[in-house]
Design a protein around this ligand. Sequence first.
Ligand SMILES: *[C@@H]1O[C@H](CO)[C@@H](O)[C@H](O)[C@H]1NC(C)=O
Ligand SMILES: *[C@@H]1O[C@H](CO)[C@@H](O)[C@H](O)[C@H]1NC(C)=O
Ligand SMILES: *[C@@H]1O[C@H](CO)[C@@H](O)[C@H](O)[C@H]1NC(C)=O
Ligand SMILES: *[C@@H]1O[C@H](CO)[C@@H](O)[C@H](O)[C@H]1NC(C)=O
Length: 185
Amino acid sequence: MIYLREMCGAFILFAFIAFAIAQFHQDTYTVEHDRIEILKYNKSFVRRPDFQVLYYNDSVHTKALNASGHFLTSIQNNLLLEITLYRYVGGAYRIFPINVTINGCDQNKRNIFGLQSILRHTNFKECPVPTGYLYLHYYILEEDKFPPHLPYGKYKLFMDVHANDGYWFIGNGNWYGAIVPKKKN
Ligand SMILES: *[C@@H]1O[C@H](CO)[C@@H](O)[C@H](O)[C@H]1NC(C)=O
Ligand SMILES: *[C@@H]1O[C@H](CO)[C@@H](O)[C@H](O)[C@H]1NC(C)=O
Ligand SMILES: *[C@@H]1O[C@H](CO)[C@@H](O)[C@H](O)[C@H]1NC(C)=O
Ligand SMILES: *[C@@H]1O[C@H](CO)[C@@H](O)[C@H](O)[C@H]1NC(C)=O
């Protein structure tokens, strides 16, 4: 998600965005990743966080996400993800009226389908998230489970991630991408 420096943030961020939206269904648009930039991260929490947008393979022109980092501290409590969405209009990113706060460790709000999809690509399975080297490999968004009728265009998603009920700053960064009409086969 996202040359992320706040690894954890990003992994989990994407994971939990997927959880949160997994009750939707749509078949009209595709979400294209452009890049992810890490703005700030907590160096006593994670080292060498990295996010990559890459092609899954040469024959399928779908971009996937890789992410990794060395986590020094386990996340015991609530992981809070604050998301602010911007849409590119008239030469500038302008705030799009969706601000979401997601509690990534709330078992009751986990969507089992989103969860399973993310977990096929990572070496962490649960909260508390363990310490050590964690990764996300070749994760592809399940955009068919996104909300319907999002306007086409370029978007920026700002993410701010805190742990332990908001007391620990983990990191923040921007995802850049686009919503484009789905190609009909
Ligand atoms: C690329 O992905 C397609 C669809 O999943 C698969 O059929 C194909 O074998 C893959 N190619 C390589 C080189 O992995
Ligand atoms: C979303 O959050 C940003 C930054 O905190 C704020 O400026 C904006 O007004 C918020 N938008 C909505 C719709 O709440
Ligand atoms: C992405 O992850 C895959 C699977 O581990 C790995 O083979 C590949 O080298 C990674 N790509 C990049 C650019 O990090
Ligand atoms: C950074 O993370 C550590 C835990 O590894 C925590 O003790 C510290 O308060 C965090 N820093 C900030 C600014 O939240």
